[in-house]
Design a protein around this ligand. Sequence first.
Ligand code: MN
Length: 258
Amino acid sequence: MDSVLKDLIAAIADSRIEVIDLTAPLSEKTPIIQLPPPFANTRRFELTQISHYDERGPAWYWNDIATGEHVGTHLDAPIHWITGREQSDVSQIPAQQLIAPAVVIDKSRECANNPDYLLEVSDIEAWQREHGPLPDGGWLLYRTGWDARAGDQHRFLNADDSGPHTPGISVACARWLAEVARVIGVGVETVGTDAGKAHSFDPAFPCHAYLLGAGKYGLTQLANLARVPPTGAILIAGPLPIVHGSGSPARVLALIER
Ligand code: MN
């Protein structure tokens, strides 16, 4: 008897489908965004031990966790931004949208030479001439090589006296992705979906303003995008359904056909 799910599990078991973890490990060392005064900042991820096979719990080990919603590999829900304030919180995202096709645009070479590199509509149009249209209802994943810096907060944020210098997306391209492209969201390797210098753009933080305002999503601090082909992957993103949450740390997996 034919069964799509049986075929899928068999293909995963014999590696015809590879499962790639796009999630950064979550610990007290996970880099966090640093906003300048007077803005408030997120807390780090922290574990507090409850018991460890000891008098507090002789046969069991467990911890409390404390974390910001926007720590490590995480999903931005539309309600995160003022432009999306009437839209979904992270618990309201339809489960069906958490499994979707994904494509990868690789600008890691450009970003190695220019940490302030901005993705433009022309870059995506050139990509589409080679690979076809962006996936309807899917993700655009933007590879910059920045995941190689994720073990070091200083290198990851790459800030100097003029502020952070990390790659992002131009104002026009963010608007195009929100209003024209049929994607459900954008995934990046950096600490946020916007460029380090996007505080100075008009509007400020255009990825957040346009995409979340359009009811779309962001995925940040992705790892291992180098292993995902330009087309053909399926992305599984699992944010916690935090009621009224503006986002959540997420396990993000890519399924790749070999
Ligand atoms: Mn975020």
